[in-house]
Design a protein around this ligand. Structure first.
Ligand SMILES: *Cc1c(COP(=O)(O)O)cnc(C)c1O
Length: 480
């Protein structure tokens, strides 16, 4: 038998003062990085030697924390996605923030497990739920939960809708032929959620959009009528607040009304767009959102909370719980002691152990305040309008989609425009000046600038336009 000796004291530092110094220097290095973002490139390709370094053998023996941090500084920090940088405009990435970062560090320090039980971290998550209800005008009976992201929240929303549809069926009958509806511009995670639910993406009807990229309600009405005639059971309508390609917002009030008339569950994918509700000038675009049965959105996009912090809000909290709650002896609830405080977050989703995503969100919302976050959101939309105006003013450039929020799709004119614009975007990314991404609008490859980052300014939008013109010129593109 081995006797545990005094030197075996777990994983805590042997030299706390030394650990403290090391911890402070790690924090300082990160703050230096954030303070100096503008001086560096948005993104830089990872040299082959750096990539190969990640193939090192298993770390059997200990390394001093300082050395591990040095490796981080050398091989990880310089080769991030670039979404911290003001020149990052690709996909829809949040910029993160210092208060949220520190909140995340404290959350890790607490090592809280937010699956359940009776403790203050759960009260933080419950407080955020109360705020979320207020923000979106949902009743006090609405439930909510932090999840990884909107992909997961959409999937869970669909499962709650499915469960509600099953409850509504005539007892003893099997409800086959359930069908759901979303616009043709819906995010790819919704068809995937249909696949994961077992219904299959074939049961998702993709309804055509109007010129502004919004679901056509008349086409949706006809699709529902046609499906009913053919013996299908429509159960779910998904609206989008901010489509991923061009940022279009569906007519949510119209969808809420239609869903009500046809007794469909009305789910909104508001991944980034839902939080436009924090900006007074944009909030009217989201009228009708308060009528949704469920809403998926991300704090890690426009609200700048560090990844990941997705959220699902469900109007009928009891239905939500019924879709996920299960009984297990080891999760028995009590009226006193640590096992009190039911219901627990694990009753509202598939995860049992859950991290403290609520804390970085709580720090972000409290430190900046909703008004300031709304101003940030408004500011990114103003920059998008500035970019739109510049694109329209340049003979070489062409606006490819209407600008509803913070996304601008455009392209450089020239021969073989798809190949030309794909090259321009890759050149821009590799230049480190700005990093937009690409998408397709009506089949055409376009340069897509999604302005999400709170650090992005007018000079970054100008830099994008100048660089697109310059790279287009270098590639020999004409003006037609
Ligand atoms: C980003 C996005 C998603 C996916 O959200 P994740 O948080 O990345 O899982 C879904 N829908 C829309 C409209 C999005 O912009």
């Amino acid at each position: 038998m081995t006797i545990v000796d005094a030197s075996s004291r777990g994983l805590d530092p042997e030299d706390w003062p030394q650990a403290r110094l090391q911890a402070h220097s790690m924090l300082d290095d990160m703050l230096d990085h954030l303070e100096g973002l503008r001086a560096g490139p948005v993104w830089r390709p990872m040299p082959a030697a750096v990539r190969a370094g990640f193939d090192a053998p298993l770390p059997e023996e200990p390394l001093p924390l300082m050395e591990v941090h040095q490796e981080f500084l050398q091989y990880v920090l310089p080769y991030g996605t670039g979404n911290l940088h003001p020149g990052f405009m690709g996909w829809v990435h949040g910029g993160g923030n210092v208060a949220g970062m520190l909140g995340e560090m404290l959350a890790a320090g607490l090592n809280a497990n937010l699956g359940g039980r009776d403790h203050a971290p759960i009260e933080v998550e419950r407080q955020v739920l109360r705020w979320v209800r207020r923000i979106f005008g949902f009743p006090a009976t609405a439930s909510g939960l932090f999840v990884t992201g909107t992909s997961m929240a959409n999937f869970m929303g669909l499962l709650v809708a499915l469960r509600a549809a099953e409850e509504n069926r005539t007892p003893g009958t099997i409800q086959e032929g359930l069908v759901a509806y979303a616009s043709a511009a819906v995010h790819g995670c919704v068809p995937r959620a249909m696949d994961m639910s077992g219904l299959g993406r074939g049961a998702l009807r993709l309804v055509p959009v109007d010129g502004a990229g919004r679901i056509r309600l008349d086409a949706l009405e006809s699709a529902i009528a046609e499906d009913r005639d053919r013996g299908f059971h429509p159960f779910l309508a998904v609206g989008t607040a901010g489509t991923v390609d061009i940022g279009a917002v569906d007519n949510l009030a119209g969808l809420a009304d239609l869903a009500g008339r046809h007794q469909l569950w009305f789910h909104v994918d508001g991944a980034f767009g839902a939080l436009a509700i924090l900006a007074p000038s944009l909030a009217p675009l989201l009228a009708g959102l308060e009528g949704a049965d469920s809403l998926a959105f991300d704090f890690h996009k426009w609200a700048q909370v560090p990844y990941d912090a997705g959220y699902l809000l469900v109007r009928d909290g009891e239905r939500h719980r019924a879709a996920f709650a299960s009984r297990a002896a080891y999760l028995e609830r009590a009226t006193r002691g640590l096992a009190a405080g039911s219901p627990w977050p694990c009753d509202f989703g598939p995860d049992l152990s859950r991290g403290f995503r609520a804390l970085k969100t709580w720090f972000t919302l409290k430190t900046y305040g909703l008004r300031r976050l709304g101003e940030v959101i408004e500011g990114t939309c103003a920059l998008a309008r500035q970019l739109e105006a510049r694109v329209k003013a340049e003979a070489c450039l062409e606006l490819m989609a209407p600008v509803a929020l913070n996304i601008v799709c455009f392209r450089h004119r020239g021969k073989d425009p798809d190949a030309l614009n794909a090259r321009i975007v890759a050149d821009l990314q590799e230049s480190g000046i700005v990093a937009p991404s690409t998408t397709r609008v009506e089949g055409n490859l376009v340069i897509r600038a999604a302005i999400v980052n709170h650090r992005t300014q007018a000079c970054d939008v100008d830099a994008l336009v100048e660089a697109v013109l310059e790279f287009g010129r270098r590639l020999g593109a004409g003006t037609k």
